[in-house]
Design a binder for this molecule. Structure first.
Ligand code: ADP
Ligand code: ADP
Length: 232
């Protein structure tokens, strides 16, 4: 079975059809880049995969089973901005990523479990190059460092799928290249499945093992949502 499968998905808001008859299968270990114009439904697609939204019709399957509604530890997500908490240090943010995984947000870890969690958080921060910034707050970090931190927070719970919504869109070109190298290394080292929305076609084809192109639905109500999948 594919890791993720969408079966004949429709998403409608009132009489507005955003996704129509979208079917696709994603294999574990793939790096899927999602491109398309604003309003084409890319964020809606991510929310479906996150379990934050239910389709109007159709099925979203994880390992052949109905996608759990809430974002569990099997999925991590990084947004273009504001993925991390400003009132927590780097270490605090990554620890929060562990504590909230599959548990109520108020759950706290104590004793040996807390020490093990701290070790894992430090290890994850080292993996993104932030091992010298454990006590630094996001406001004191550059945009690139904040995105590294967001990635560490998303990955610390070892999710099977990492969802990236324009993760590098706000970064300078040079920093973006560093981030490409980082995310490629993490993808390989952790055997991740990545779904990344980007406005940058070059980035999509550089990083993606597969590129999904979402098109805006044409005004003809009988026209299917044009959904092209290209394998590079
Ligand atoms: P992009 O991800 O392409 O930058 P957005 O997802 O932010 O674009 O938004 C695309 C369009 O969808 C915008 O016009 C935005 O106002 C609209 N939009 C996004 N979310 C909602 C929502 N929950 N309700 C209504 N309109 C929305
Ligand atoms: P993208 O991320 O490709 O820009 P979105 O998935 O954000 O596209 O939005 C697709 C379309 O769905 C847009 O036209 C947007 O306005 C609309 N939309 C998204 N969320 C909502 C919502 N909750 N209610 C109404 N319309 C929405």
């Amino acid at each position: 079975t594919p890791l993720l499968e969408l079966r004949n998905i429709w998403v409608e808001y009132g009489d507005k059809i955003v996704l129509e008859r979208v079917s696709l299968q994603l294999d574990a270990g793939s790096f899927v880049a999602v491109v398309g114009p604003s309003g084409a439904g890319k964020s809606t697609f991510l929310r479906l995969v996150l379990g934050q939204e239910a389709p109007t019709r159709g099925q979203v399957l994880l390992d052949g089973r109905a996608m759990p509604a809430a974002c569990g530890p099997d999925r991590g997500v990084v947004f273009q901005r504001y993925s991390v908490f400003p009132h927590l240090t780097a270490l605090g943010n990554v620890l929060f990523g562990i504590e909230c995984a599959g548990a109520p947000l108020t759950a706290r870890l104590f004793g040996a479990r807390r020490r093990a969690a701290r070790d894992r958080a430090v290890e994850m921060l080292a993996a993104v190059g932030l091992d010298h910034s454990l006590d630094v707050y996001p406001a004191q970090m550059s945009g690139g460092m904040q995105q590294r931190l967001a990635i560490a927070q998303a990955l610390v719970k070892h999710p099977r799928i990492l969802l990236l919504d324009e993760p590098f869109g706000a970064l300078d070109p040079g920093i973006r290249l560093d981030m490409h190298a980082l995310i490629t290394r993490l993808w390989q080292d952790h055997g991740l499945t990545i779904v990344m929305v980007t406005h940058d076609i070059g980035e999509a084809f550089k990083l993606g093992t597969r590129v999904l192109a979402f098109d805006k639905r044409r005004h003809d109500p009988h026209a299917p949502h044009r959904f092209g999948a290209t394998v590079t």
